[in-house]
Design a protein. Structure first.
Length: 532
């Protein structure tokens, strides 16, 4: 049985996917929630949110992500960061997955990645779970219904959680697999119910395709001044650094919270929704994100809730600390209608420094910006993982290494060129620790971070005096309205300045050791930034 809105000349049968049970094309949110409830995939929460758990996997499986080594990509993929899959292995995987799918019901969503139609891609997502259809319909961009009559996908994603890969036969690492074949324009996902794999597979696609068009794909949030898209800011940052929180400024218009492109026309969101962490979500600090957790169609992943009242427990991380909600962008009142912005006027690189060394804000030269972009630094703190007893550095190049098919310097050079062409001001913002490392110092006051960001974005911070940081060579303001001067000089916040100096030297060396891998591929000015 076939039901829903579909281009009659672009059915699954035309893609070699045959003998399925019922196929549901482009169901809208009410129908997807209804079917998912009927299938027993989750429960209805307050306000019509959909409550679901994802089983064994409560996060992405980066070690199970593979790229097929076809001739067209063999010399372009960053193989040190992307697991190789043979053509034969993928073909066997594809054959076996299609066989496994026979007789089962599937849900098809025809969607768009990219708000700028000049650079967007049409994506068909085929899911075994109805709630996965709801999730990806929320996260990608939803075309007008009449466009579906002529929709033909550029790429297809097939997600089949009940399928288990065979590492020997399919040339993969485990029973869980995410396999990307750029030549066949096909992504196969099996053995995991974690919905984020759908979203990140499309992001990885765009990360591969867009650089060839001179477009910078970015793992960042973005906003612009109200009524003035020319005044755009982007916020790079790894998980836990404040990327979503700090970009959701009610005084500015939100372009998006996670994935964007920077073209010759400006900034554009890849997505049509947001995927926010809900652990310790506070209605006072983030009222609009909190409100989405009780709105119709919001997907609530891996949260503990009262079985009778369906009240969510935002503090209980017994399932995972990576509990999340996925909601459409229009649920945020200050979200952009177009998801478009101008060329970034300010570029913010967020880090959570648990060593207590970095200042709360620093201004970067273009070369320093490339250095910190390629470094992608944040830190794990004691207690977050077994065996971690003191802060440990995490370097995820381009602030998103798991999603980068190409070598880091491809993205770094694009960023450097665009900064030079459009004159963006770059800032490094530390949302981590001050007054000592984790366990001794305290978390950077959010009020100070917001005050410094406001001053950076409105231009007033550039007018104050700066000092040269002795450790990293960037410029640090010596004063800022609403921020204690002592906070701007980290060494002064420590009781023992000699201990600060030792900690700073240790962190500088960690940066240097990590950056050695990029030295053969970068220009002399970036090398100079790397060695101070």
């Amino acid at each position: 049985m076939t039901t829903g809105r579909v281009n009659p000349s672009f059915k699954l049968e035309d893609q070699g996917i045959t003998e399925l049970g019922s196929v549901y094309y482009n169901l809208m949110e009410p129908a997807l929630v209804e079917v998912a409830l009927k299938n027993g995939e989750g429960e209805l929460g307050n306000g019509g949110a959909f409550l679901v758990t994802t089983g064994k996997f409560t996060g992405r499986s980066p070690n199970d992500k593979h790229v097929v080594k076809t001739p067209d990509v063999a010399d372009k993929i960053w193989w040190e960061n992307n697991r190789e899959m043979s053509i034969e292995g993928f073909d066997a995987l594809h054959t076996d997955m299609l066989q496994h799918m026979k007789g089962r019901d599937y849900y098809v969503q025809d969607l768009v990645g990219g708000a700028d139609p000049a650079h967007s891609i049409d994506v068909r997502v085929v899911t075994e779970l109805a709630w996965h259809g709801l999730f990806i319909r929320t996260m990608l961009r939803r075309p007008e219904r009449d466009i579906l009559d002529d929709f033909v996908a550029d790429f297809t994603v097939i997600n089949c959680p009940s399928f288990q890969a065979d590492p020997a036969r399919h040339n993969c690492r485990s029973e869980t697999v995410i396999a990307m074949n750029f030549e066949k324009k096909l992504i196969l996902i099996g053995g995991t119910e974690y919905a984020g794999e759908n979203k990140k597979s499309v992001f990885s696609l765009l990360n591969y395709l867009l650089p060839e068009k001179g477009i910078m794909p970015m793992h960042c949030s973005a906003n612009h001044a109200k009524g003035n898209p020319v005044d755009t800011a982007v916020f790079f940052g790894l998980s836990g650094t404040g990327k979503t929180t700090l970009s959701a400024d009610p005084a500015r218009t939100l372009i998006g919270d996670d994935e964007h492109g920077w073209s010759d026309k400006g900034t554009f969101n890849f997505e049509g929704g947001c995927y926010a962490k809900t652990i310790n979500l506070n209605p006072g600090a983030e009222p609009e994100i909190y409100a989405t957790t009780s709105k119709f169609g919001t997907v609530i992943e891996n949260m503990i809730y009262d079985l009778e009242t369906k009240e969510l427990d935002f503090d209980d991380d017994s399932l995972t600390a990576n509990m999340r909600c996925a909601y459409p962008l229009h649920y945020i009142s200050n979200a952009s209608d177009t998801a478009l912005g101008g060329h970034p006027k300010n570029i913010i690189m967020l880090t959570c420094d648990a060593f207590g060394v970095l200042p709360p804000i620093a201004r970067l030269t273009p070369a320093q910006a490339m250095y910190h972009f390629l470094s992608g630094f944040t830190a794990k703190v004691a207690g977050t993982e077994r065996g971690v007893t003191e802060p440990q550095p995490t370097f995820s190049t381009c602030f998103g290494a798991p999603f980068m098919p190409r070598r880091p310097e491809v993205y770094g050079n694009l960023l450097k060129e665009k900064i030079a062409e459009h004159g963006a001001t770059c800032w490094l913002v530390n949302t981590g620790w001050t007054g000592g490392a984790y366990g001794t110092g305290s978390r950077m006051p959010i009020r100070a971070t917001r005050a410094l960001l406001t001053a950076a974005l409105d231009g007033s911070l550039s007018k104050v005096d700066f000092r040269k940081d002795a450790n990293f060579g960037f410029d640090v303001p010596v004063e800022a309205n609403g921020v204690a001067e002592v906070l701007l000089n980290p060494s002064r916040t420590w009781d023992d300045t000699a201990a600060y100096d030792r900690q700073a030297a240790k962190l500088v060396q960690m940066f240097a050791d990590n950056f050695k891998q990029y030295l053969p591929y970068i220009d002399d000015d970036v090398k100079a930034a790397a060695i101070g």
